[in-house]
Design a protein around this ligand. Structure first.
Ligand code: NAD
Length: 236
C-alpha cells in the first residue's frame, strides 16, 4: 500500500486536470484541486470526493493566490509531496487570428508564457519549502509535443514557445534540485479530448493522464529531468 501523498493539481476544474484529481483521489491521495474560481473548484472537488479532494483558489499568474495557498497548505498539511503543473492555455488562434508566427499577436504570446511557463516557475519556487519537507518530492510539468524542438512545426508560436520553455525549465530545476529528493519531469499527454484538444482527439482524458500520474506517484525508477509520453522517455 502506497503512502498517502498531498498533491496539488493546477487547472483542476476540467479536462486533464479534473481527471488527474479524480484518479489521484481514487488511489487514496489527498488532492488540492486548483481553480481560478474558488466556487467552481470547490464544486468540482465535492463532485469527485469531498473527503479526499479540496478545491482551492489558484490563478497560476497571481502571486497573492500563490502566497495564500502556501500558507493554507503549510497550516493544514505541513508538506507538499507532489505538484502537477497542468493549467495551460492555447490562445494563438483566438479572435479568428491566423496562428502563423508571421502575424503573431504578441500580447497573446506574452499571456501564454505567463500562464504556461512563468506561472509554474512562480508556483514551484513558492512550494519548494513545503516540498523540501518530504523525502521523494515530485514536480510534473504538463508539456506538449508542440514544444518538442526535435519535432518542431509551424504555427501556434505562443503555445509552442511556452512549452519549449517549460521543458527547458524542467531541466533547470532537475539540475538544481537534489535528484535523491526531487524528481522533476515533463510529460506530453498526447492529443486528448478536452476543451483544448477538441472532440476529434484520439485519447480519452483517462488515457491522457496516465503518464503524469505515474510520474507524480510511482516508486518505479523514474529519473529526474526527463520528457515522457506513454511512460517512455522522448526527445526534447
Ligand atoms: P483545458 O482547456 O480543458 O483545461 C485547461 C485548464 O487550465 C482549465 O482548468 C483552466 O481553467 C486552467 N487555466 C487556464 N488558465 C489558468 C490560470 N491562469 N490559472 C489557473 N488555471 C488556469 O485543457 P486540457 O487539455 O485539459 O489541458 C491541460 C494541460 O494539458 C495544458 O497544460 C495543455 O497545454 C496540456 N496539453 C493538452 C493536450 C490536449 O490534447 N488536450 C495536448 C498536449 C498538452
Amino acid at each position: 500500500m502506497q503512502k498517502q501523498k498531498v498533491i496539488l493539481v493546477t487547472g483542476g476544474n476540467r479536462g486533464l486536470g479534473l481527471e488527474t484529481c479524480r484518479q489521484l483521489a481514487a488511489m487514496g491521495h489527498r488532492v488540492l484541486l486548483g481553480g481560478r474560481d474558488l466556487e467552481a473548484a470547490t464544486e468540482a472537488a465535492q463532485a469527485l470526493a469531498a473527503d479526499m479532494v479540496e478545491g482551492v483558489r489558484l490563478d497560476v499568474t497571481s502571486p497573492s493566490d500563490i502566497d495564500a495557498l502556501v500558507r493554507h497548505i503549510d497550516q493544514k498539511y505541513g508538506r507538499l509531496d507532489a505538484l502537477v503543473n497542468n493549467a495551460g492555455i492555447m490562445i494563438d488562434g483566438d479572435l479568428g487570428h491566423s496562428t502563423s508566427i508571421r502575424v503573431a499577436d504578441i500580447d497573446a504570446v506574452e499571456r501564454t508564457l505567463r500562464v504556461n511557463t512563468l506561472g509554474p516557475m512562480m508556483l514551484i519556487n513558492a512550494m519548494l519549502p513545503l516540498m523540501e519537507r518530504v523525502d521523494d518530492a515530485r514536480i510534473v510539468n504538463i508539456s506538449s509535443g508542440m514544444g518538442q524542438l526535435s519535432d518542431m512545426g509551424g504555427n501556434y508560436p505562443g503555445y509552442r514557445l511556452s512549452k519549449t520553455a517549460l521543458n527547458a525549465m524542467t531541466r533547470i530545476y532537475a539540475a538544481e534540485l537534489d535528484p535523491a529528493r526531487f524528481r522533476v519531469n515533463a510529460v506530453c499527454p498526447g492529443w486528448v479530448r478536452t476543451d483544448m484538444g477538441g472532440s476529434n482527439a484520439e485519447l480519452s482524458p483517462e488515457e491522457g493522464v496516465d503518464t503524469a500520474i505515474w510520474l507524480a506517484t510511482s516508486d518505479d525508477a523514474t529519473r529526474s529531468g526527463g520528457f515522457f509520453r506513454k511512460r517512455k522517455p522522448i526527445d526534447w
